[in-house]
Design a protein around this ligand. Structure first.
Ligand code: FAD
Length: 481
């Protein structure tokens, strides 16, 4: 007889496993189905291993600039890419094991295999179509296996996979996705990165630090197109200063492959076509939801442009079926997935005062060098929305800590509603901004106005002082510029 649960979650990424922990905390009998790796893309092939790679890049950059800090390190430092990748894979493996521990601690049953919804309240778990990468992502012990399982509530948390452009499909050899880019056997001498969203620009930054000749090709007029243009202009200048070549308003129309290199035909805004030859290319043109082979069509779950359609609590159009995380649409970020998981499960458990996820307050961070971070509306979007705004800016060049760090190229920019003082958006580029943005996220969530921010004491000397100065600047009260 099929085993019964209150909640079954399909997919153990940050959306799924966090939802499972919360469901268990709320007393719901919970199981999670996974076909490949506990922790999903985030822990195994996304957020975490990239940050480990980027940390190696940062240490190497610092070592190569030791002289700027009065230090003597003999010769030019270089990377042992095998060791760099091994460290990154080790970090992932540690966290993958951590998710297994959390499932056990919270008494969440792990079912190993590929799940399909057969009808509301029932799933069938079959053999996985994906290989498990041992020993880095081992199948946890004591898992349940293939079979039929029942649950009052089924949460789809199946994540996303790389999107491919027709004719320029990744082949794993010359054209990489993030999977191959994450663990190169050797460093290419030259690399084209197609797409300058967070994933593309992080890899571009990593490979450039490793000494690779990197060219980024972006179809939009600016890199990191969702970010504020002032911020991305500063980031671009810094990346170019580091030797990266960047083409914007440029489209790769064709790729010709040779034995161990490729040539991209790049069409620029003026209609001219240039050919760029490189050893390898990373295709970073976005991701698409994993909605296939889940039985969604048969059950009648509504999808739109490759993602499951949900309300603010993860509910689909079919009672008892929910979706969270990347498969439920943008922004495709781990913290959005986690938050949606918690909101969904708390609503299922009937907790009072559960707030729908507000996608307007999801921060975005890009961990290239220099880092970029933001929350809320860009200046352009605020204007587009017809808001009457006040804008404040503060340059890192006037911040003592940034100068002491040797990282004085950066900006903090804030956008307020002129009438109400509501903080509409904050945008930062420079040292440690991915850690700092959370200050503005909390402020926005508490519906803080300029008044409270101006009366908050920021520690000195910190880069965070740029945040307060930017707020003061918006109101003509800047102190240190
Ligand atoms: C290179 C890279 C860097 C990134 N960096 C960041 C970052 O710095 N910050 C950030 O917030 N986000 C980052 N992301 C995005 C982040 O990884 C995703 O937003 C996040 O993983 C989404 O979580 P999820 O739970 O929705 O899905 P996923 O993490 O994709 O997990 C889904 C899981 O479901 C499983 N699954 C799928 N179908 C089935 C099935 N039928 N049966 C059983 N199991 C199934 C999959 O095997 C997978 O383990 C990055 C992504 C990439 C690729």
């Amino acid at each position: 007889m099929a085993e019964n649960y209150d909640v079954i979650i399909i997919g153990s990424g940050p959306g799924g496993y966090v939802a499972a922990v919360r469901a268990s905390q709320l007393g719901l009998k919970t199981a999670i189905v996974e076909r490949e790796h506990l922790g999903g893309i985030c822990l195994n092939w996304g957020c975490i291993p990239t940050k480990a790679l980027l940390r190696s890049a940062e240490v190497l950059d610092h070592a190569n600039h030791a002289k700027d800090y009065g230090l003597v390190l003999e010769g030019k430092m270089s990377a042992d890419v095998t060791a760099v990748v091994a460290r990154s894979r080790g970090v992932s493996a540690r966290l993958n094991g951590g998710v297994g521990f959390l499932m056990k601690k919270n008494k969440v049953d792990v079912i190993w295999g590929e799940a399909k919804i057969t009808k509301p309240g029932e799933i069938v778990v079959g053999k996985s179509s994906k290989p498990v990468v041992e020993p880095q992502n081992p199948v946890p012990k004591n898992v349940k296996g293939e079979g039929t399982y029942n649950a009052k509530h089924i949460i789809i948390a199946t994540g996303a996979r790389p999107r491919a452009l027709p004719g320029i499909e990744p082949d794993g050899k010359l054209i990489w996705t993030y999977f191959e880019a994450m663990k190169p056997a050797a460093l290419p001498k030259s690399l084209i990165v197609m797409g300058s969203g967070a994933i593309g620009i992080e890899f571009a930054s990593f490979y450039r630090s490793m000494g690779v000749d990197v060219t980024v090709v972006e179809v939009m007029p600016t890199i990191m197109p969702v970010e504020d243009v002032e911020v991305t202009a500063i980031a671009r200048k810094q990346l170019e200063k580091r030797g990266m070549k960047i083409l914007t308003s440029a489209k790769i129309t064709k790729v010709e492959k040779a034995a161990d290199s490729l040539t991209a035909h790049v069409e620029t805004a003026d209609g001219k076509v240039q050919q760029i030859t490189a050893d390898r290319m990373i295709s970073a043109v976005g991701v698409q939801g994993n909605i296939e082979n889940l039985g969604l069509e048969a059950v009648g779950v509504k999808t739109d442009r490759g993602c499951v359609v949900i309300d603010g609590y993860g509910k689909t159009n079919i009672a008892g079926i929910y979706a969270i995380g990347d498969v439920a649409g943008p922004p495709m970020l781990a913290h959005k997935a986690e938050h949606e998981g918690v909101v969904c499960v708390e609503k299922i458990a009937g907790l009072p005062n559960v707030h729908a996820t507000d996608k307007g307050k999801v921060p975005g961070c890009t961990y290239c060098h220099p880092q970029v971070a933001s929350v809320g509306l860009t200046e352009a979007k605020a204007k587009e929305a017809g808001r009457d705004i006040r804008v404040g800016r503060f340059s890192f060049a006037a911040n003592g800590k940034a100068i002491a760090l040797g990282e004085d190229q950066g900006l903090c920019k804030v956008i307020f509603d002129k009438k109400t003082g509501e903080l509409l958006g904050a945008h930062m580029v420079g040292a440690e901004v991915t850690e700092l943005i959370q200050g503005f996220v909390v402020a926005m969530n508490l519906e803080t106005t300029e008044e409270e921010l101006m009366h908050t004491i920021f520690p000195h000397p910190t880069v965070s002082e740029t945040m307060k100065e930017a707020v003061l600047d918006a109101y003509g009260r800047v102190l240190n510029a």
